[in-house]
Design a binder for this molecule. Sequence first.
Ligand SMILES: [Cu+2]
Length: 363
Amino acid sequence: MTKFKNDLSVSGHDNLVGWHGWPFRCHWNKQYKGHKNGHCSFHMDVRFPAWHRLIVVQLERGLSKYMRNKTLGIPYWDWTESIWKGLPPLLGNKTIFDTQRNITVENPFYRSLVRGHKPLKLFNGEPFYSQRRVGYDGLRQHAYFLRGVIRALTSDSFRFFDRNFEITPHNVVHGCLCNGTDRCSYGMTTVDFAAWDPAFMIHHSQVDRIYTLHRVLREELQIQDWTKEYIFDSYKPKIKAAKTRKKMMKKAEDLLHAIEMPLSPFCNASMNPFQVTLRKGVSNVITSYYGQELFGYKYDSFNLDDRDWRLLLVDMIKYRNRLNSEVPGLPFVSEMGKDLGLISKNSSSDWDLCKEHSHKHKS
Ligand SMILES: [Cu+2]
């Protein structure tokens, strides 16, 4: 990891993490909502899971150049697991013991030097590192994370899955790494700097594992439908909510474009040094869904908090047999455990969890 972080080539760390939020790296994206500064990644958007799958694959390729065992990939941090009392040691420890050299060194997963940014007064003109302000109490709400994952995964609507899973747990975990705004302007809660925190790749590896589980569950039940229509239909209520017919047409057109467009910078030969994501046709929302087949990686397990993922199949069957089953977010008790309480549409907003806890500490 340290070698990868010191690699300043196009396949090195700084170039790749910059793809997430660095301004003007994808200046053609300026036409899309929320992309005035021309950054590459997509959030609160149908392209969110696909774009972030591609960046994890990309980072893994960059990192694997320096790994002796090429069969290993980026580890995932299952934040639904109650064994973590906050951050896993891999992310939380400032230093690690290097068994090869017999010395204690800085843990490369603790923070990253943000090179190439103009010196800031805040740091007395010194180079600066990615920042954290960990909301430990928030990160210990394992059942809350698990409820969010179950709620999203069991829904038949792709839109419901996409939005819910992005807000809780995905956004909440970002929020808990930068709890409150104080001393955390260059960390996980900013699009520009999030990927500089090494927690980003470990977190997104887990996010991608859940996205993969979305497919595995549906294949298992033989209800897998990954057509344009499947995605499009789930967004229909949003499209119909447009005030005029013209606006409705525009929304539908934009959505189809978002589903089909090759995602950059992966599709851009002048920016992407890796064939695996550059290959024609692999970088859009539809095709990249088959991540395992296309990019050659595999997860060791889909269990969540050490609970058998197959129990979700029972949840899904039960849900589909209910009255009004087409409505996502109806309350139910999951087979994964009664201790989780009722799984339902969560009304609390994404960042509340960590903010609430930080206020508690101050008082
Ligand atoms: Cu993220």
